[in-house]
Design a protein around this ligand. Structure first.
Ligand code: ASP
Ligand code: MG
Length: 410
C-alpha cells in the first residue's frame, strides 16, 4: 500500500464526463489499496474567465480580492470531484485551502506555499477517505485567500505530496508526458521515460508548459517522486528522477522555447566601470528580471552596445526605467524588439561533453538563422532569434541532437 497524490489539470476536468473519468482513475488507485489525495485545477477556461471579470472592473486590482475571485474555480472542481468519487462508493471529502490549512506568504496572486498542516488530512486518509484539495490556493497569515500564480496547481500537488510524504505524485494532463520538444511543432518529438529534476526545472523555466517550474523546483528540493502522465491514455508517463539514477544518457534531453521575452539594445554607452550597474541596478529595484545579456565593444574601444532581454510583460516598464536614467547612462539610442523567441537546449550531459553549443550555432547558421543573444549555464544553452524562425530552429536542432523519433506520429 502506498500513499499517492493524483493531480488533475483543467483539461482533464473540463466537463462532468471528464470529472467522472478522472474519478475512475482515483477509484482504481483506491481499489489497488492506496491512500489517495487528489489535487484539482479549475475546469479549463474558468480561471481565465474569472480573471477577465476582475480585470473588467479595474486594471489596478486589489490583489487580495483578485485572489478571492480567481481561487473560486478550484473550489467548484474540488466539490464536484468529491461528489464524483462518492458516486463510485468511495468515501471522499474536500478540503479547501483554508480548511487544511495551506499556509502561504503575503504575495497575493503569486504566493508561495510556506507550510501545509497535515494532521487532519492524514487522519482522514488513514480512515480510507479520499481527500480532495483545490490546487492554486492557500491562506496567508491573516487568513486571507491567496493564489499561487497561474498554473499553480502543479505546485500545490507537489507541495502536498512532500508534506504528507506521499510515495508518488501523479500529474495527470492532456499529453502523455514530457517530450523532447513541443510535439505540436516538432512532429518527431519523443516522449521521455525519465528526466532528471534539474533538466525538468530548466525546461519548465525556459518555456516548456507541461509542468509548472515552481512545481519542478519543489519536486527537486524535496525529492518528490513525480510522474507526468496522460489522463486519457493508460500509458506510463515521464518520471522525474535523480541524476545518478541511471537515466539513459542523452547529451541533450530537450529543447524548449519561449515567446515571452523581449530584447532591449542600448547603443554607444561609455565603456567604463559602473555603467552595467547603472542599468541593471534600477531594473532590479523595479522588480524587473533581466535574463540574457550581451555587450559588444565598438571599434573605437571607448563605447559599447549592450543588449539584454526582459519578460515581454516588463518591456514597457523597463524602457521607462532606463529612459529615466538616460542622463547618467549616456547611451545614444534605445531600441527594443519583442518579435523574438528564446530557444534553449537542455541536458545534464553537457557537464561532461563538449561541443553542444557549437552544434547549436552551426545548425542555426546552416539554416541562415541569425543569433541575437546567447546565454549558457552548466546544463543549458539559450539563444535569441527572430520569432519567424521558431519552427525551423526547433526542428533542425531536434534533428541535429539526434532526438528525432524513428517513426513520426504525424
Ligand atoms: N486554475 C489555475 C490556472 O488556470 C491554476 C492551475 O490550473 O494550475 O492558472
Ligand atoms: Mg496546469
Amino acid at each position: 500500500m502506498a500513499r499517492i497524490v493524483q493531480k488533475f489539470g483543467g483539461t482533464s476536468l473540463a466537463n462532468i464526463e471528464k470529472i467522472n473519468n478522472a474519478a475512475r482513475l482515483v477509484a482504481q488507485a483506491v481499489g489497488d489499496g492506496h491512500e489517495v489525495a487528489v489535487v484539482v485545477s479549475a475546469m479549463s477556461g474558468t480561471t481565465n474567465q474569472l480573471a477577465g471579470w476582475a480585470e473588467e472592473i479595474s486594471d489596478n486590482l486589489d490583489p487580495c480580492e483578485y485572489d478571492v475571485v480567481v481561487s473560486a474555480g478550484e473550489q467548484i472542481t474540488a466539490g464536484l470531484m468529491a461528489l464524483a468519487i462518492q458516486k463510485l462508493n468511495i468515501q471522499a471529502q474536500s478540503w479547501l485551502g483554508w480548511q487544511l490549512p495551506i499556509r502561504t506568504d503575503l504575495q497575493h496572486a503569486r504566493a508561495h506555499i510556506e507550510k501545509i498542516e497535515t494532521e487532519a488530512i492524514a487522519g482522514s486518509l488513514a480512515q480510507g477517505v479520499v481527500a480532495v484539495v483545490p490546487g492554486f490556493q492557500g491562506v496567508d497569515q491573516d487568513n486571507r485567500v491567496a493564489t499561487l500564480g497561474r498554473g499553480g496547481s502543479d505546485a500545490s500537488a507537489v507541495a502536498l505530496a512532500a508534506s504528507i510524504r506521499a510515495d508518488l505524485c501523479n500529474i495527470y494532463t492532456d499529453v502523455d508526458g514530457v517530450y523532447t520538444s513541443d510535439p505540436r511543432i516538432v512532429a518527431k518529438a519523443r516522449k521521455l521515460d525519465k528526466i532528471t529534476y534539474e533538466e525538468m526545472l530548466e525546461l519548465s523555466s525556459l518555456g516548456a508548459k507541461v509542468l509548472q517550474s515552481r512545481a519542478a523546483e519543489l519536486a527537486m528540493r524535496h525529492r518528490v517522486v513525480v510522474q507526468v502522465l496522460s489522463t486519457f491514455h493508460d500509458l506510463p508517463g515521464t518520471l522525474l528522477v535523480d541524476e545518478d539514477s541511471g537515466v539513459e544518457q542523452q547529451i541533450v534531453s530537450g529543447i524548449a522555447f519561449s515567446r515571452d521575452d523581449a530584447k532591449i539594445t542600448l547603443t554607444n554607452i561609455p565603456d567604463q566601470p559602473g555603467i552595467a550597474a547603472g542599468i541593471f541596478g534600477p531594473l532590479s529595484q523595479s522588480n524587473i528580471n533581466v535574463d540574457m545579456i550581451v555587450q559588444n565593444a565598438s571599434g573605437d574601444g571607448a563605447s559599447a552596445d549592450l543588449t539584454f532581454t526582459v519578460g515581454k510583460n516588463d518591456l514597457e516598464s523597463a524602457i521607462s526605467v532606463i529612459e529615466g536614467a538616460r542622463s547618467s547612462l549616456k547611451y545614444a539610442e534605445l531600441m527594443s524588439d519583442d518579435n523574438v523567441t528564446k530557444i534553449s537546449v537542455v541536458g545534464v550531459g553537457m557537464r561532461t561533453h563538449a561541443g553542444v553549443a557549437a552544434t547549436m550555432f552551426e545548425t542555426l547558421a546552416e539554416k541562415g538563422i541569425n543569433i541575437q543573444v546567447i546565454s549558457t549555464s552548466e546544463i543549458k544553452v539559450s539563444v535569441l532569434i527572430a520569432k519567424e524562425y521558431t519552427e525551423l530552429a526547433l526542428r533542425s536542432l531536434h534533428t541535429a541532437y539526434g532526438l528525432d523519433s524513428e517513426s513520426s506520429s504525424r
